[in-house]
Design a protein around this ligand. Structure first.
Ligand code: C5P
Ligand code: ZN
Length: 500
């Protein structure tokens, strides 16, 4: 007995020593990450002080637009000379275009880490800062300041977004930039970094959310996650919810009105429409349980219904009746601007120039939702649009799906139980420039931790004179037209090989 007792206490001591070691490592990683952030902030400030101009280059999605807006506001605060450019992806042509321009400090946000060799070889004489969270491809030159959470053992797909990396840099430039923390929360949600228990942001994202709360900009609570909890009539909020996509309700206001009325939910208080916020707990529970039954009648798994409840992030300084009030809705608005080729509008919104631009962005959002609903409808009704291979599902959107919308479609499908089996989703379409654009997503319930789509896309696309990369669970690639069938076959094989 005595020996057993001693060995048990030894085990407890060893486990606790191990967890102490892990915590110390994590703290050191955080410190190292912040050091790299400080270095980037110093370089940017040095350039501002010398009166040099800065070119800020960011990605076209919600995270990229949030990142550009954060840095844009930080640079404006320092009265810097700067301009902002938004790209859908980094490629040789665009880097060559920069190389032909007058020199400035280049600050990349939410892109760059996947193109380190390209930046180093094409822009050897330029001062470059990369603030990104994508997986690294290539090596940075000595001249390039590279801030990326993967360098410090943080998971760039889940713990911090491009907007988050940019936020920490902005905060290191000037503590006052803490007022942009909630925009970094918007960026993280735009990149679906809330795929956790209770849809809560964690890791470095949690630190950012806490900054926003402490500065008085953000409220965090648990509730139904409908689009427009505080801003829209309940039936519209349900209809606007496309993540998860609820068959026959998402995008269908009239049907949502009928669904909720049949449940006996009072949709108006005298003349005023009620919002989710106005409902009492019993009403919310009723809606949730009936939606769960509805989804199960459509043979969709329980997890889809549970993704309708979770952590809600409210930007309490934004006007209650605008889509900027709810962080997920804000991210959708930015995403819509980017995907509808109106990234300038997204930047206006992110930087707080709302007069006129907010109404215009809402219009874009309506068009964007309509187009998404049309694509989903087309996919449901067109047998040839989707195909199941051994290890993946393929969505063939060639000639139908706009290249800027492809990633969003792949994301929606991967979170909506659209297919019976749990397999990675690979979507493809043709581009205006005669290329093929590919988007890959690994649904949450595909639990193979070894699967890394970003690495697979990188390796596979280089075999077909293309380029690819991204995160382990969400990646993209471009390759010349005509090679798509061989490429898809290879991706299927490579994913199969990981499982063996
Ligand atoms: O384009 P899509 O949304 O499918 O891309 C998924 C992720 O992969 C994004 O974060 C995007 O920035 C990244 N990506 C990349 N390199 C590429 C294509 C996409 O890092 N060549
Ligand atoms: Zn991102």
């Amino acid at each position: 007995m005595e020996v057993q007792g001693r060995s048990r206490s030894c085990l407890i001591r060893c486990v606790s020593a191990l967890s102490d070691k892990r915590m110390a490592e994590k703290a050191q990683n955080r410190k190292d990450f912040k050091l790299s952030v400080t270095k980037a902030a110093e370089i940017i400030k040095e350039n501002i002080e010398k009166g040099k101009s800065i070119t800020l280059i960011s990605h076209v999605d919600a995270d990229g637009l949030a990142a550009a807006s954060i840095m844009g506001k930080a640079l404006a605060r320092e009265e810097a000379f700067f301009r902002i450019r938004i790209w859908k992806q980094m490629d040789e042509l665009l880097v060559e275009e920069i190389a032909s321009e007058e020199k400035s400090l280049l600050v990349f946000s939410d892109l760059g880490s996947g193109n380190l060799d390209l930046l180093s070889s094409k822009l050897p004489e330029w001062d470059i800062v990369v603030l990104d969270h994508h997986q690294l491809i290539g090596k940075p030159s000595n001249k390039l300041i590279h801030v990326n959470p993967h360098n410090n053992s943080f998971d760039g797909a889940r713990e911090i977004s491009g907007a988050g990396v940019t936020y920490f840099t902005a905060k290191a430039m000037n503590e006052l930039n803490v007022d942009h923390a909630s925009l970094a929360v918007v960026g993280a949600l735009g990149d679906s970094q809330d795929k956790n228990d209770k849809k809560k942001l964690f890791g470095l994202n949690e630190e950012i959310a806490n900054d926003a709360v402490n500065a008085g900009y953000l409220k965090i609570e648990t509730d139904l996650i409908f689009y427009g909890r505080e801003t829209r009539p309940v039936h519209k909020a349900l209809a606007y919810t496309t993540n998860p996509f609820i068959p026959d309700l998402s995008g269908e206001e009239d049907k949502c009105y009928g669904f909720l009325s049949n449940l006996g939910i009072k949709l108006k208080n005298e003349d005023r429409w009620r919002t989710i916020n106005d409902l009492n707990i019993e009403e919310k529970q009723k809606i949730f349980s009936e939606l769960a039954k509805y989804l199960s009648s459509k043979r969709l798994p329980n997890t889809i219904a549970f993704s309708l409840i979770g952590t809600v992030y409210t930007l309490i300084k934004e006007d209650r009746w605008t889509p900027l009030r709810d962080a997920r809705e804000y991210s959708s608005l930015l995403n819509a601007c980017g995907r509808m080729s109106k990234s300038g509008l997204g930047i206006e919104i992110g930087m707080g120039n709302l007069s006129g631009s907010l109404d215009e962005a809402k219009e874009e959002m309506n068009g964007y939702r309509k187009t998404l609903a049309e694509y989903m409808d087309w996919m449901t009704k067109t047998p040839k649009a989707t195909e199941e291979l051994g290890n993946i599902y393929v969505i063939n959107g060639m000639g139908v799906i706009d290249e800027l919308m492809l990633g969003t479609i792949a994301s929606i499908v991967s979170t909506s139980g659209f297919f019976n089996e749990n397999k990675p989703i690979i979507a493809l379409t043709s581009t205006e420039t005669g290329m093929i654009k590919v988007s890959g997503r690994i649904p949450n319930n595909v639990l193979d931790k070894k699967l890394n789509l970003g690495t697979i896309f990188d390796k596979a696309s280089t075999q077909f004179s293309g380029s690819g990369g991204g995160h382990d669970v969400a990646a993209g690639a471009q390759l010349p037209q005509g090679l798509e069938n061989e490429f898809i076959k290879l991706i299927d094989q490579m994913i199969g090989a990981v499982k063996e």
